[in-house]
Design a protein around this ligand. Sequence first.
Ligand code: GMT
Length: 373
Amino acid sequence: MKIGITCYPTYGGSGIVASEIGMELAARGHEVHFITYANPIRLTDSHPGVFYHEVEVSDYPLFQYPPYSLALASRMVETAENERLDLLHVHYAIPHAVSALLAAQMMEGRLPFLTTLHGTDVTLVGADSSYLPITRFAIEKSPAVTCISEHLREETERVFGVTREIAVIPNFVNCGLYRTEGDPRLRARYARPEEKLLVHLSNFRPVKRVADCIRAFAEIAGKLPARLLLIGDGPDRVPAEKLARELGVAGRAVFAGKQQRIAPLLAVADLLLLPSAMESFGLAALEAMACGAPPVASRVGGLPEVVTDGHDGRLVAPGDPQAMAAAAVAILSSPETFRRMSAAARATACARFNSEAVIPRYIDAYKRLLAKG
Ligand code: GMT
């Protein structure tokens, strides 16, 4: 198949999932055309079968707000016609599903498309009164809709009152690339052999509650030798660095910023801290689990669909860094508990969320879409 993919290319979990889908499809012999305003995250190397079409947004003095959604719709049509695309797969409702609707109309229905909802497009942006009617319209009129957890499906129905079919296809991890064997030299950059290495991975937005991660780590570091590696960047990074200094743990916390290759870093970590206020899925938790690092995460949104509390990680109430610290210390201070949870985390990731099992579900969804005609 020839598939066009549109996503937010530079930021956030939805762009990561879209990039990974593109690479997985290309590896299975499909041709993938990204239609985005920048080269998608995690796609900096060239991959056979993956092409990139940049959306250029011209600015004119008349425009207070350059109309990106229209430029995107135009580029979708151009790419679909020139490359003879079979279908489009758009990630994140606003504005991608709306642009796809326009593009499909411009092509008089000859451009089927699938919309995948990721979370904040429903729970934050979509629920905002300025965008609610257009998001509802886009979800109702998309020829096919999927979302990444049962929780998000229920939220979509609740927020928009939609009754149409929304298939749940969970996020996935490539268990061949995300492995438990870490490079000891890489680990040595961040922690001594006797220290536990905790990791946090996010876009440092308020919803991630990074400050809770620092607070929890300060408690953990008071009880056992530990270091914290924070991967990612965003508006809450500087306040988190300040908090780390105030709590006296700045010397034991490394803010690594945005990283291209996440798997090797997760493979050297012992445990992931994910104190988010909301996660429709929590891709970071899944990627850590595949690398044998059990997550200690908030019991919110779709996270209970990924992590089974006490089995392959721990779930605690959001906004309670003390509970998070206590759960992490209990795992890390008992080698037997750690071994059991680490093995269970890897087993869950590979048994339930392996890309080998999940990607065919997208391919089936594309085939059903094309069969509708
Ligand atoms: O929270 C983010 O990282 C951004 C956001 C996005 O749409 O880019 O992430 C959402 O999609 C991810 C991939 O499907 C999910 O793993 C995240 O749980 C979800 N974030 C929220 O629901 C807050």
